[in-house]
Design a protein around this ligand. Structure first.
Ligand code: CU
Length: 66
């Protein structure tokens, strides 16, 4: 499981956008959770962390490796 920190999410719309962005990354088998309050996301699969971060940043949020 890969965890990344995400800054800039403010509502469930943001959570959904991040969830969909992560789900679209090659190698992601499952988005385990996107936690608004904790500012993090966890995914299962073989996706590169850098690709996950890039996908989240493409949606307009800041992301970093946990
Ligand atoms: Cu929002």
């Amino acid at each position: 499981m890969t965890t990344i920190h995400i800054q800039g999410m403010s509502c469930q719309h943001c959570v959904k956008a991040v969830d969909q962005a992560l789900a679209s990354v090659a190698g992601v088998e499952r988005v385990v959770r996107v936690d608004l309050d904790a500012g993090l996301a966890q995914v299962e699969g073989s996706a590169e962390t850098a690709e996950l971060i890039a996908a989240v940043e493409d949606e307009g949020y800041q992301a970093s490796a946990a």
